[in-house]
Design a protein around this ligand. Structure first.
Ligand SMILES: [Zn+2]
Ligand SMILES: [Zn+2]
Length: 222
C-alpha cells in the first residue's frame, strides 16, 4: 500500500503447494476482491468476515488446481462472481482431473461468471486492477496490476528468483518469456510483485537478479 492508494493486501499461504491466496481490500470503502483462493480460502473468508468487508469478485490468475481449489468453499460462504480468462476454461473444467494427478480430490468449483480479458479494468471501491494477458505457464494466465498501489498479482508467471514451469499441458516457454518481458518487466521498477508461490518481490529486483531472466546468468531476456 502506498500513501496514495487505499489498497491493502493480505496473504494466505496453503500447506502442501504453498499457494498464495490474496485478499485485496479497498480500505476507504471496505470493498474487497479475492485473488486465487486455494486451499487457504477458509482463512481468507474468516478475514473477510472479521473486516466486515464486502467481496466484490473472485479473480483467478489461471486455472491450475492449487489456485482454484478454494473457489467452491469461498463462494459458498460469500457469494461473489468468479472471473477467469477464457483460454484457461478447459483447465478450470478439469479441476477434479488435475487434483487426481496429484492424488487427491477437490470440490468442483462453480462455473465462472465473467471473463477476464487483456486490457480490462476491474474496479472495486476506489481501487482498480488492470488485466494483462500473460500466456506461457498456462494459455489463459493473466496478471492483475494496480498502478496506483504499485502492485501486481502475477500468479505463476514470475517468482522471486524463478519463473513459472512450462512442462504442464498448454505450457510454452518462449511465450512465457515474452509475457514476462512485455507485461511484467515493462512495469515500473518499484512495482511490488505478489506471486502465486513464495515471497513478494519487485520488478526492479527480478530485472537484475532473476537467473531465468538475466542474460549474464544464462537467462533468456535481453
Ligand atoms: Zn500454475
Ligand atoms: Zn501455482
Amino acid at each position: 500500500m502506498t500513501a496514495a492508494s487505499p489498497l491493502e493486501i493480505r496473504t494466505f499461504t496453503s500447506a502442501g503447494f504453498g499457494e498464495n491466496a490474496y485478499l485485496a481490500v479497498c480500505r476507504t470503502t471496505n470493498v474487497a476482491v479475492a485473488v486465487d483462493p486455494g486451499a487457504e480460502a477458509p482463512a481468507l473468508a474468516d478475514a473477510l468476515v472479521a473486516l466486515g468487508a464486502a467481496l466484490e469478485a473472485i479473480l483467478l490468475t489461471h486455472a491450475h488446481v492449487d489456485h482454484i481449489e478454494g473457489v467452491g468453499a469461498l463462494a459458498r460462504r460469500v457469494r461473489a462472481p468468479v472471473y477467469l480468462h477464457p483460454d484457461d476454461r478447459p483447465l478450470y473444467d478439469r479441476a477434479a482431473d488435475q487434483a487426481a494427478t496429484f492424488g487427491y480430490r477437490v470440490e468442483a468449483p462453480p462455473a465462472p461468471d465473467h471473463e477476464l480479458l487483456d486490457g480490462q479494468l476491474v474496479r472495486f471501491g476506489e481501487c482498480m486492477l488492470e488485466v494483462r494477458h500473460c500466456p506461457g505457464h498456462s494459455p489463459g494466465h493473466v496478471i492483475l496490476y494496480s498502478a496506483a498501489a504499485g502492485a501486481a498479482f502475477v500468479g505463476d508467471v514470475v517468482f522471486m528468483g524463478s519463473i513459472g514451469r512450462t512442462d504442464l499441458p498448454g505450457g510454452d516457454h518462449r511465450r512465457l518469456l515474452r509475457s514476462i518481458r512485455e507485461q511484467v518487466l515493462s512495469l515500473p521498477a518499484e512495482t511490488t510483485l505478489y506471486p502465486g508461490h513464495g515471497p513478494a518481490t519487485t520488478v526492479g529486483h527480478e530485472r537484475v537478479s532473476n537467473p531465468f531472466l538475466v542474460p549474464l546468468y544464462g537467462g533468456g531476456l535481453a
